[in-house]
Design a protein around this ligand. Structure first.
Ligand SMILES: Nc1nc2c(ncn2[C@@H]2O[C@H](COP(=O)(O)OP(=O)(O)OP(=O)(O)O)[C@@H](O)[C@H]2O)c(=O)[nH]1
Ligand SMILES: [Mg+2]
Length: 364
């Protein structure tokens, strides 16, 4: 039996990991490979899983904590995918506020499951918006502790892909590259766009030609890491919207929700790391995103549909008090419902600060 190739693509919240994994999967599948994906986040009801499954991919999910703290769940998901889908390649997306992945996930996978799984290099996507601020020593809207996670992700990566170059001028890209080279000399850097595919061929070639090479394992101050993670409050909500008369525009609805929340967060000076809101029916999916306070809300998955009702899922990571975040989400949803003649029901609302990461394994 040939080994399953396992690639993990890290990077900060909203860097474009899910978008890139979908493109990677499509590219590998067009070469005749069987591909499965694994999503991971601190809570349940993940917009990423929904979005990838709607695109037709085989997706396993590790919800409830990061891969490092749920290592055996990750292994179970890999085994299940192996039995049910026999993939040649598994692409995995860790939580965007997670670091120390080499010593807690990559090296343990290789040591304990290296016969079945061939582990690729740890690659990350660099998020330009927050990245250029943090690398040029401003806080980027976060405290130094959350910025610490951002920098540690870069430090441990074998390959750093500057994503979203379609949205950067050549001067902005060169500035970002110089900041990276100055701070992390010798790091392999590639510019890509997960959205348009620019630079993707080189990125895929690099991933395949760079075997995972164990390092000394970087130092991580888990007190700072834990406080940085906790700063980024989680909110996971599921709501139902139903039209009082006929139907409503699903794309417009999720976009309006994200834009409304953006206004509220700006007012509160609460920096969003990534806010995702999906609208789903049995047939349709729309997803709107907000990746920082300076960018507008945008639609990443469009349904083009008018629907009588929909389930709305909110996944938010924001520097804010979780209770305030919940209040703002409910306020914006109520306002949207009353403006558009919709009935709003709140099915579930979970909000918390992620607890301290306690990895199952931590190789030193
Ligand atoms: N312009 C541009 N936008 C992109 C690109 N890649 C991703 N995006 C957008 O960035 C937003 C976040 O993308 P995701 O793929 O969900 O990011 P992620 O890293 O998976 O986010 P988390 O799972 O929350 O950590 C979405 O609105 C995407 O459409 C890109 O190459 N260019
Ligand atoms: Mg994602």
């Amino acid at each position: 039996m040939s080994q399953i190739q396992f690639f993990m693509l890290g990077g900060f919240l909203g860097a474009g990991k899910t978008t890139a994994l979908a493109r990677m999967a499509r590219q590998l599948m067009s070469q005749g490979k069987k591909v499965a994906l694994v999503t991971n986040d601190q809570a349940h009801d993940l917009v990423d899983t929904q979005s990838l499954r709607t695109q037709g991919f085989r997706v396993g999910e590790v919800p409830g904590a990061c891969f490092c703290c749920k290592f055996s769940d990750l292994v179970d998901v890999i085994e299940k995918l192996d039995q049910t889908a026999a993939p040649d390649v598994i692409l995995a997306e860790p939580v965007g506020s997670c670091t120390d992945l080499e010593s807690t996930v990559i090296a343990p996978l290789q040591k304990f499951h290296g016969l079945r799984v061939s582990v690729g290099p740890l690659a990350i996507l660099l998020k330009p918006g927050h990245g250029s601020k943090i690398l040029s020593s401003s806080d980027g809207g976060f405290s130094k502790k959350a910025a610490y996670i951002f920098l540690k992700q870069i430090e441990e990566a074998q390959l750093v892909a500057i994503n979203k170059i379609d949205a950067l001028s050549s001067i902005e890209l060169e500035e970002l590259r110089s900041l990276l080279e100055e701070r992390f000399p010798g790091k392999r850097i590639l510019p890509i766009s997960a959205k348009t595919g620019e630079g993707f061929g080189e990125f895929m070639t690099a991933l395949h030609s760079m075997p995972y090479t164990p390092t000394q394992f970087m130092d991580v101050d888990y007190d700072v890491y834990a406080e940085g993670e906790a700063e980024l409050a989680w909110l996971n909500g599921t709501l139902r919207l139903e039209s009082k008369d006929s139907s409503f525009d699903l794309d417009h609805c999720v976009l309006e929700l994200v834009s409304g929340l953006r206004q509220q967060l700006l007012r509160q000076q609460a920096e969003p790391a990534h806010l995702k809101i999906s609208g789903e029916t049995s047939q349709q999916l729309a997803v709107a995103n907000l990746v920082d306070s300076e960018s507008p809300a945008e639609l990443s998955v469009s349904s083009g549909a008018a629907v009588p009702d929909a389930q709305i899922t909110v996944n938010a990571r924001v520097v804010a008090d979780p209770l305030l975040l919940e209040e703002l989400v409910l306020q914006v949803a109520r306002e949207l419902a009353s403006r558009n003649g919709l009935i709003l029901e709140v099915d579930s609302m979970e909000r918390f600060r992620p607890s301290r990461p306690v990895p199952t394994h931590r190789f030193r």
